[in-house]
Design a protein around this ligand. Structure first.
Ligand code: HEC
Ligand code: HEC
Ligand code: HEC
Ligand code: HEC
Ligand code: HEC
Length: 380
């Protein structure tokens, strides 16, 4: 009898300790039928929150490059840019109607609750491609686990590129493909192999899925590294000096550049991004010869001129695609450079690629990253 009472007491103590720990974690009360601020997810999903917080998705409104160009677009279009740009950069406003971006939630850009309450996409609905279920059900890659905090549902959408396609593909009203990241991927061998955007952009890293499930497990990186990240860029474009030939009165250098690692064209995304292949030859007397090739998509305006402003391009003011020589997934491009250097000089040759993004804001800013380099010395 005594022993039974003791065990009973211990059980009571265990339960109460357990519940007191639990109630600490359960203090957050999620709202049922409206979007929650991402901070309320951080209570349990801290590791994921910390990755997302520094991502371009979390900054898709506050990023100064976007915001400045948005204000420009807003002015040019007498306010019409609101519905157009914010659909992708602050997608919760399609529901909250906070088109003036007054609430903090709107400025969270592509937020936790926005993505995890999506149940489908209608890619041909250009005004509003999102199918939502704003409820306590959070959808994602995990299968039937019982969860404290909210309900969950396994979602194939979250494991497929279609989730990303709703924003990473943009055709203007007059039919120009302004951003074609999704369709470039769709046409590649990666799509055929079933390798989705997530496989490259949300790799598995160590972390806790939730503080309350209390096990060290693996999370998907929510930082979504792209062109803004040097590591990601460096492993992608491989440059090789294939051949250096002496001509009668010059030197010919063949250089190859391979889009080895990205699942779409390089560059992809907004058209003002460029990839530049540089080739430089130095003689022993330190004379320098150089030349370059630019890989890019150029949108031309009504008079055939190259459009350079993101605001005008994204408003769909272009008339035609004037050039598109970007490098496809796994494609190798060979370029020949010819320099007028006498055949009997010792030379050293280098070749490298730079990734260039030069948004034309109020003043010109420039982002340039060296991606990959190859060097060779040739003596007579
Ligand atoms: C751009 C949409 C997007 C945003 C924004 C986003 N997620 Fe996710 N999340 C995903 C996708 C896609 C997966 C599944 C990735 C996979 O399995 O390949 C995922 C997976 C998860 C998982 C399951 C565990 C894991 O890591 O796979 C949790 C939990 C989660 N997200 C929580 C959050 C929280 C919390 C935030 C905000 C701090 C957030 N997500 C922001 C798209 C998003
Ligand atoms: C009280 C704690 C708590 C809060 C707050 C919380 N979650 Fe969760 N969530 C969990 C737990 C626990 C799991 C299951 C983790 C596991 O299986 O290891 C989970 C799982 C998930 C999953 C995976 C679903 C699936 O089927 O793949 C997503 C997505 C998710 N949460 C999103 C969110 C979002 C978005 C918020 C904020 C609006 C949020 N969570 C707030 C505890 C919480
Ligand atoms: C609701 C719209 C939306 C969805 C859904 C979305 N994105 Fe994005 N994404 C954006 C916007 C807007 C930006 C640009 C933010 C900025 O820089 O202003 C962006 C930026 C990015 C970047 C960074 C590009 C760079 O230059 O560094 C990557 C990578 C990316 N997204 C991948 C994904 C992947 C993978 C998915 C699907 C799992 C996804 N996105 C889903 C809107 C979205
Ligand atoms: C095989 C891996 C792989 C796949 C699949 C992949 N990407 Fe990428 N992505 C990369 C790499 C590597 C980079 C960085 C170099 C570059 O700009 O191509 C990148 C860059 C980007 C950028 C930044 C573009 C820029 O120039 O700043 C965006 C946005 C992006 N990817 C979105 C997507 C979306 C959306 C999908 C799916 C439709 C996808 N990616 C599929 C590897 C991949
Ligand atoms: C269909 C969805 C969509 C629409 C509509 C859209 N954007 Fe974007 N925007 C994106 C995505 C996705 C990226 C990231 C792609 C990349 O990295 O190249 C982006 C990137 C940008 C960037 C570059 C940000 C940076 O830091 O590199 C600017 C500037 C921009 N958008 C301005 C605008 C303006 C202005 C509008 C409205 C006139 C607009 N966008 C409409 C999806 C969209």
């Amino acid at each position: 009898m005594k022993l039974k009472a003791l065990i009973f007491l211990i059980i009571i103590i265990l339960i109460s300790v357990n519940t007191s720990v639990y109630s600490q974690d359960k203090e957050v009360k999620l709202k049922d039928n409206e979007y929650n601020a991402s901070e309320s997810c951080a209570e349990c999903h801290l590791d994921i929150y910390n990755k997302w917080k520094d991502s371009v998705h979390a900054m898709s409104v506050d990023d100064p490059i976007f915001y400045t160009s948005y204000i420009e677009a807003y002015t040019i279009s007498s306010g019409q840019a609101k519905t157009l740009c914010l659909k992708c950069h602050a997608p919760t406003v399609l529901v909250t109607k906070d088109y003036e971006l007054k609430n903090r939630l709107s400025r969270e850009g592509v937020s936790c609750d926005f993505c995890h309450t999506l149940k489908g996409v209608k890619l041909n609905d250009r005004r509003d491609p999102f199918m939502r279920d704003i409820s306590p059900v959070k959808r994602g890659p995990l299968d039937a686990v019982k969860v404290e905090g909210h309900k969950i549902e396994y979602s194939k959408l979250h494991l497929s590129s279609e989730l990303c396609a709703a924003c990473h593909e943009y055709v203007s009203d007059n039919g120009l493909s302004i951003m074609g990241t999704y369709s470039e991927w769709k046409a590649s061998s990666y799509a055929a192999e079933g390798k989705q955007c997530q496989n490259c952009h949300m790799p598995r890293i160590e972390g806790e899925i939730s503080k309350t499930s209390n096990q060290k497990r693996i999370i998907n990186d929510h930082n979504l590294q792209g062109g803004h990240y040097i590591v990601q860029l460096k492993k992608t474009q491989l440059v090789k000096i294939k051949e250096i030939k002496r001509l009668k009165d010059g030197v010919s250098v063949s250089v190859s550049v391979e889009n080895a690692g990205s699942g779409h064209m390089v560059p992809t995304g907004i058209p003002t991004r460029k990839l530049i292949l540089n080739c430089e030859v130095r003689t022993v007397k330190n004379k320098v010869f150089n030349d370059k090739r630019v890989f890019e998509k150029i949108i031309a305006g009504k008079n055939g001129e190259e459009m350079v402003k993101d605001s005008e391009i994204m408003l769909g003011m272009g008339a035609a695609i004037a050039k598109d020589n970007r490098i496809g997934p796994k494609e190798v491009r060979v370029e020949e450079f010819i320099f007028g250097i006498p055949g009997n000089t010792d030379i050293s040759v280098s070749a490298w690629v730079d990734y260039l993004y030069k948004p034309l804001l109020l003043h010109e800013t420039e982002m340039k990253i060296e991606m990959n380099r190859d060097e060779k010395t040739v003596s007579r």
